[in-house]
Design a protein around this ligand. Structure first.
Ligand code: SF4
Ligand code: SF4
Length: 277
């Protein structure tokens, strides 16, 4: 991945960015996981030109690295160049539409499965790049949704009750999601306490439905919440169902423009609630 490393070196040497957020080799050897069997990759934060050669991009690089753009400790490092898959590019645009990032914060190094890298220096350039991609649900995803759509309401209830009964309330799905960025989540509020803290059937249902609805019209289908879930709950089915409903009913697709209204939620920079800014 010499092209990627060279671009990273140039950006760091010129001071265009202070950090390159990308992928490096993980510590596992051909780790076997629930979702894939490739050697694991991990996020790396390159700040030294001499270390740019450790950047990789291959089929094991699935994490949506845009999740780090919202971490205060990463933001303090200065402007970042983000190695971005198509889902990460859409996340950047969605975050921009929610007034969370701007051209001052980042640029994107768009990567694809062919080993190509495109330097996208502005949100406008990211928008143009994303517009040329296939942003529809994949045929396999549509087929899986149709399978569950064929269930009647009682069967669907039973399916999700069984799935959510295994939820540990570990919140790994929330931690992995680049669009779950509130500094204080509803589940941690106890006055009033909307969602019970222990993992039990009713609280698990409330937690998972609440999270899915907070992401409705915002989720970019990166899949990181499903990949993060230690008990294999197919959260992507909920997300993709909502993506499909929002598209059908509101003709709206998240993460396509840096200035856009959300189909299912509103946001005001002057909101009196501190946690939401
Ligand atoms: S809800 Fe899941 S699929 Fe959607 S943006 Fe968050 S992590 Fe990605
Ligand atoms: S990652 Fe899975 S087990 Fe953990 S809170 Fe989310 S749905 Fe529940």
């Amino acid at each position: 991945m010499e092209t990627l490393a060279n671009i990273a070196r140039e950006l760091l040497a010129a001071g265009t960015v202070q950090t390159v957020i990308g992928y490096g080799h993980g510590s596992g050897e051909a780790a076997l996981t629930r979702t894939h069997t490739q050697t694991q990759a991990r996020a790396v934060f390159i700040r030294d030109v001499a270390k740019a050669g450790s950047l990789i991009f291959d089929a094991s690089c699935q994490q949506n690295l845009a999740v780090y753009l919202m971490k205060p400790e990463v933001r303090r490092l200065g402007k970042a160049a983000l190695v971005a898959t198509p889902a990460a590019l859409r996340t950047i645009l969605q975050l921009a539409a929610e007034n969370q990032v701007s051209d001052h914060d980042l640029l994107a190094l768009a990567v694809n499965g062919q080993g190509e890298v495109a330097l996208l220096a502005t949100l406008a350039a990211i928008e143009a790049h994303v517009a040329a991609l296939d942003n529809d649900l994949k045929p396999g995803e549509i087929a899986e949704l149709q399978k569950y759509a064929a269930l009647d309401l009682e069967q669907r209830r039973q399916f999700w009750e069984e799935q959510f009964s295994r939820c540990l309330k570990c919140y790994a799905c929330r931690g992995a999601c680049p669009l779950c960025y509130c500094s204080r989540c509803t589940v941690e509020c106890n006055q009033p306490q909307w969602i019970p803290v222990p993992a039990h059937d009713l609280g698990n249902l409330e937690w998972n439905v609440m999270r899915a609805m907070h992401l409705a019209g915002r989720c970019v289908n990166c899949g990181d919440c499903s990949r993060a879930c230690p008990v294999g709950i197919p959260l992507h089915l909920l997300n993709q169902k909502l993506i499909s409903e929002v598209l059908d009913n509101f003709d709206s697709r998240s993460g396509m423009a840096a200035k856009a209204d959300n189909a299912m939620s509103t946001f005001k920079p002057d909101d009196p609630e501190d946690f939401i800014r």
